[in-house]
Design a protein around this ligand. Structure first.
Ligand SMILES: Cc1cc2nc3c(=O)[nH]c(=O)nc-3n(C[C@H](O)[C@H](O)[C@H](O)COP(=O)(O)OP(=O)(O)OC[C@H]3O[C@@H](n4cnc5c(N)ncnc54)[C@H](O)[C@@H]3O)c2cc1C
Length: 454
């Protein structure tokens, strides 16, 4: 019998831990090295704590909305003392679940810092020892951290990155958010729902510059209705600390004074000190370029997750890990389908939520592609009216000749859940009639999908 494939993974975030369990299931001898928490930044800093705090804000707005549903409600305040432990409890629970899964698949977990010593050698330094590992295949899945430009004096007190926000030292009286991508707008929403006054510095002319214009407009309208100041066409180029706050300076001369500033202007990959040179692995701007199998230029060394420079989403990182595990174990020759980044669903956890998948209307027009676009507002949905929140719409993009669903966007309550239906249709190549003819629950928000597919 051939010796099992020795697969060594650097980093236990969504990319690393999914690759580990899947490869072990397929018969590999897997070692995973993680220097911090199994589950990764995704659990500790990014997806989970941000959504846990957004859920607190959502509970507050839901309580406020309930007044219109015949309930007497208290105007509750936020207890910062409760938020930190709540985040830690959720993160801890999820991390333990991943550890149990790794254990059940006999994955060797080393808690330490890993680097490559050569193309087939990985060194893991733990608190007590240095472990040398031989590998037939290696996965670099060391994630990323927030980008901090030289002009931003981040101190974790008044000038924050997203990592200082779980929770911040105090609820900002006036928060100036720099960066209007997905993460930036989620923090605008989060702190506006906590009662902070919020100003958003937007370098272009709309929030979420890469999203469908209808979607961005719906979010901007919501922000304006909640008193958020939108400073468009302004690029931050400096932050000064004042006695009791900050002043953010913009390149067009505008200055925005606030109590706190929060930076959300991208991320840098964690690839320094990994010994990539020693192994001959090429990088580009710190990222590790990979082919459609996730292989770097050194074919048995793979990269996944944020270090690969593809879509920076936890869901994508996990799927990359899964596909790489299959490739390492030779499974790609059977039922393996390449990961299609164009078909990744994503959501923005604002209120209303925003979610999309596949081809966007704007991109189709830009490419001169013929499409059919249908749009239905939630105002016509019985369930949305019952729930007291009929904001938003469902939009479905399909091929006019075949009826195949190409994409869609949803703005509204539970958009992050509802988009799964369109994501499945896009991945499986279903037609609009497949959605229309599904026997759905009534009353449900999903009925709006069937109507939009009509
Ligand atoms: C505020 C915020 C919110 C987000 N929310 C979402 C969301 O809702 N949904 C979503 O899909 N995505 C979200 N993302 C993106 C998502 O968090 C990342 O895309 C995802 O974490 C990438 O996974 P990863 O496995 O590449 O890396 P990570 O999750 O960063 O994990 C990498 C791991 O490698 C470890 N490591 C690093 N170097 C070494 C080393 N030398 N040795 C050993 N271990 C090492 C780190 O400790 C870490 O645990 C969010 C991002 C941010 C910033």
């Amino acid at each position: 019998m051939a010796a099992p494939v020795r697969f060594v993974i650097l980093g236990g975030g969504p990319a690393g831990n999914t690759a580990a369990t899947h490869a072990a299931r397929l018969g590999a001898q897997v070692t995973l090295v993680e220097r911090d928490i199994v589950g990764g930044a995704a659990h500790l800093w990014d997806c989970i704590p941000s959504k846990a705090m957004i859920a607190t804000g959502a509970a507050m707005s839901s309580a406020r909305r309930s007044r219109g549903m015949g309930l007497e409600t208290l105007d509750a305040g936020i207890d910062l003392e409760e938020l930190g432990p709540r985040n830690a409890a959720i993160t801890g629970h999820l991390s333990r679940s991943v550890c149990t899964l790794l254990e059940s698949q006999d994955v060797r977990l080393i808690r330490g810092t890993a680097r490559l010593k050569g193309p087939h050698q990985v060194v893991a330094e733990t608190e007590h020892e240095v472990v040398e590992l031989e590998a037939d295949a290696v996965l670099v899945a060391t994630g990323s951290r927030p980008r901090v430009p030289a002009w931003a004096p981040v101190d974790g007190e008044r000038v924050l990155t997203t990592r200082h926000a779980y929770p911040p030292p105090q609820i900002p009286e006036h928060l100036v958010v720099v960066g209007s991508g997905v993460t930036g707008v989620e923090f605008v929403h989060l702190f506006a729902s906590f009662g902070s006054r919020v100003s958003l510095i937007i370098s272009r002319q709309q929030v979420l510059p890469d999203k469908d214009a209808d979607v961005a407009a719906a979010l901007e309208a919501d922000f304006l209705s909640r008193g958020v100041s939108l400073l468009k066409g302004a690029r931050a180029e400096g932050i000064d600390r004042t006695e009791d706050g900050v002043v953010v300076r913009c390149d067009d001369g505008r200055r925005v004074a606030g109590s706190h500033a929060l930076l959300s202007i991208g991320f840098v990959p964690n690839t320094e000190g990994l010994g990539l040179d020693a192994a001959g692995v090429e990088t580009d701007g710190g990222f590790i370029p990979v082919n459609h199998h996730g292989q770097s230029n050194v074919r048995h060394i793979y990269a996944a997750g944020d270090v690969s420079g593809k879509l920076p989403l936890s869901s994508v990182a996990s799927m990359q890990g899964r596909k790489i595990a299959e490739h390492v174990m030779g499974g790609h020759t059977r039922a393996h389908r390449h990961l299609d980044y164009e078909k990744a669903a994503s959501a923005i956890f604002t209120e209303p939520e925003i979610a999309d998948v596949g081809l966007a209307e704007t991109d189709a027009f830009a490419a001169g592609r013929k499409i059919r676009v249908t749009k239905v507002p939630f105002a016509a949905s019985a369930r949305a009216l019952i729930d007291g929140d009929a904001r938003g719409f469902v939009k479905i993009v399909s091929d006019p000749a075949t009826g195949v669903v190409l994409g869609g966007s949803i703005v509204g309550r539970s958009a992050s859940e509802l988009i799964s239906v369109i994501a499945l249709a896009v991945t499986a190549g279903l037609r609009v009639t497949d959605i229309v003819e599904s026997l759905l629950v009534h009353p449900s928000l999903a009925e709006a999908l069937a109507e939009a597919a009509e």
